[in-house]
Design a protein around this ligand. Structure first.
Ligand SMILES: NC(=O)C1=CN([C@@H]2O[C@H](COP(=O)(O)OP(=O)(O)OC[C@H]3O[C@@H](n4cnc5c(N)ncnc54)[C@H](OP(=O)(O)O)[C@@H]3O)[C@@H](O)[C@H]2O)[C@@H](O)CC1
Ligand SMILES: Nc1ncnc2c1ncn2[C@@H]1O[C@H](COP(=O)(O)OP(=O)(O)O)[C@@H](O)[C@H]1O
Ligand SMILES: [K+]
Length: 511
């Protein structure tokens, strides 16, 4: 269930299934049944339901649901947008199966919306081709104004299922039922907020349909923990990897400490925190599990990176975006370690990305860039608005040679190969992760995971999955604290999450 399908890919899955012998009306009947089932759970039996049916198959699902709800005893009223005489194919079949009245939506008294227990939004789904205007826009605004529970069929009307954006007005749903698989628009903001609670219903799509139609990305999840390093019982600490984190000046030294301590927590065997002399002096006694090294400039860093036991390096949290940082990034790029570039190491290259990207592309070890949306714009500009966040991350990964982690409430992870099986969307991050230092923790988790031996030997799918696992673990770790979360809470929370999901549990010998 983890593949995300664009509306076009979903349409191809429908077509594949129909071509392999399942009539389209069977799919529509199951879709309408799933909608009716959720509707029944949202409003009391015999309740009043207003079904708003559009001019395509989304409307068809609405007519099926109307029939099933009416036969289950609900008081159903149907209003149609557009000329119902123009309905075709499966949608016409569904319309013909509805025995009650159909009122033109333009004749609805929208002030009466408040009298319904539930509004079913079956206006537009996968077939939306442009922003809503005219009568459709007015209807959607009236639905939102009514402040009644709204169940959206497939997608809230007006929302683009590929991009997660609305060009015009869009329905604010309480709940959304979609079919077979999630679409990007259910996860990418602002779409996710418009969907409310999302359910995915099985409508009997052929099991080979996704292989034939393709998918666009995958949803992260606990399944990614299969990419955790499998720690052998007699492992040596160096067999678990060694991370070098570069810390910054005293004013922002906390960032480096956050990244370094959590890299250790993510399971790497050793972490060295390299600090400028002025920070080194003030840090004695903090985080005793970390090793320290003096690092005043890029020459010092190059010297430290000559230690070939280092397996990953994180650079950027707490660093000032300037020439000295650029030189340090170049030194790190010259090394053979996996590299995570974040914060100051990203912003330092605003407007001067060519030498950065050339060097990233020349590396054999993975390089990860973890920009938030502001940092992303500094490196990649305001790319075409017609691209979804998934497509923007894929394009930036291709252009930079780095595994891209485009952060936010809907973080996207993409590999330079642009493949859907190397692209992820994360959806478990709570909003209180928007707190100072939480990105530094993410950089540390990702570095700590990448530092551990790559038993898949540079397989792009494994590497991207490992980065996506880091993003998912960060989201899981963010949940328990609630809105009072501060970034330092994430370390202990990560410990709890890893205890829960780790495959290797130690069993002591009993005497
Ligand atoms: N067998 C299957 O495939 C299954 C499909 N299923 C269901 O089908 C849905 C997709 O159906 P669909 O492709 O008919 O598209 P749909 O969302 O109803 O809209 C198309 C209509 O809207 C119109 N229109 C578009 N934008 C507009 C605008 N801004 N303003 C005004 N009009 C606009 C457009 O007209 P046009 O663009 O040609 O002017 C056309 O008339 C999918 O979401 C799922 O619910 C399920 O039953 C499972 C089986
Ligand atoms: N509204 C939100 N909902 C969920 N996660 C968020 C939200 N805002 C930010 N995050 C996550 O929190 C982290 C913040 O990173 P960043 O912006 O670099 O912060 P900082 O530089 O303060 O550490 C990222 O992992 C991001 O995905
Ligand atoms: K809809």
């Amino acid at each position: 269930m983890r593949e995300l399908l664009t509306p076009a890919q979903m349409g191809a899955c429908d077509a594949f299934t129909i071509n392999h012998g399942t009539p389209g009306i069977d799919l529509m009947e199951r879709a309408g049944q799933a909608v009716a089932d959720v509707a029944k759970a949202m409003t009391p039996k015999n309740g009043r339901v207003l079904v708003l049916a559009g001019p395509g198959k989304n409307g068809g699902d609405g007519y099926v649901a109307a029939r099933l709800l009416a036969s289950a005893g609900y008081d159903v009223r149907v209003a149609a947008l557009g000329d119902t005489r123009k309905l075709e194919g499966d949608a016409k079949w569904a319309f013909d199966g509805w025995n009650g009245d159909v009122l033109p939506a333009t004749e609805l008294d929208t002030s009466e919306f408040a009298a319904y227990g539930l509004i079913l939004d079956a206006l537009f789904g996968a077939g939306l081709t442009r922003g809503l205007d005219g009568a459709a826009a007015a209807l959607v605004q009236a639905v939102n104004h009514a402040e009644k529970p709204v169940l959206a069929v497939d997608l809230p009307s007006g929302l683009d299922g590929r991009k997660g954006q609305a060009l015009g007005p869009a329905v604010q749903a309480t709940s959304t039922v979609t079919f077979h698989r999630l679409k990007p628009g259910h996860l990418l903001y602002p779409g996710r907020a418009l969907c409310g609670a999302i359910r995915v219903a099985d409508i009997g799509i052929h099991h080979d349909a996704i292989s034939a139609a393709g998918f666009t990305a995958q949803l992260t999840g606990a399944y990614l923990t299969e990419h955790l390093f499998d720690l052998s019982a007699d492992a040596h600490k160096y067999a678990r990897g060694h991370v070098l984190v570069i810390g910054g000046p005293p004013e922002k030294a906390g960032a480096g400490f956050l990244s370094a301590s959590v890299a250790l927590r993510a399971g790497t065997g050793l972490v060295t925190l390299a600090l400028p002399p002025e920070t080194m002096a003030g840090s004695v006694g903090q985080y005793p599990a970390l090793m320290r090294a003096r690092c005043a400039d890029a020459r010092d860093l190059a010297r430290l990176l000559r230690d070939d036991r280092l397996t990953a390096c994180a650079l950027g949290p707490g660093l000032t975006p300037n020439e000295a940082t650029r030189q340090m990034v170049y030194a790190a790029l010259d090394s053979k370690t996996a590299l995570v570039l974040d914060a100051g190491a990203i912003t330092a290259f605003a407007g001067m990305v060519t030498p950065l990207f050339e060097r990233i592309m020349a590396r054999s070890a993975p390089t990860v860039l973890t920009p938030h949306s502001g940092e992303f714009k500094r490196l990649f500009g305001d790319s075409e608005t017609n691209l979804s966040k998934i497509e923007r991350a894929q394009k930036a990964a291709r252009g930079s040679g780095a595994i891209l982690v485009l952060k936010g409430a809907d973080t996207v992870i993409a590999h330079p190969n642009g493949r859907a099986d190397c692209t992820y969307v994360n959806a478990n991050a709570p909003p209180w992760l928007a707190t100072a230092g939480s990105g530094d923790v993410l950089a540390g988790i990702v570095a700590g995971l990448l530092a551990q031996p790559d038993t898949a030997h540079n397989d792009p799918q494994h590497q991207t999955a490992t980065v996506a696992l880091g993003v998912w673990l960060h989201g899981e770790a963010g949940q328990p604290s609630g809105p009072a979360l501060v970034a330092t809470d994430l370390e202990a929370a990560l410990q709890t999450v890893l205890q829960r999901v780790s495959p290797s549990q130690f069993i002591a010998v009993q005497g």
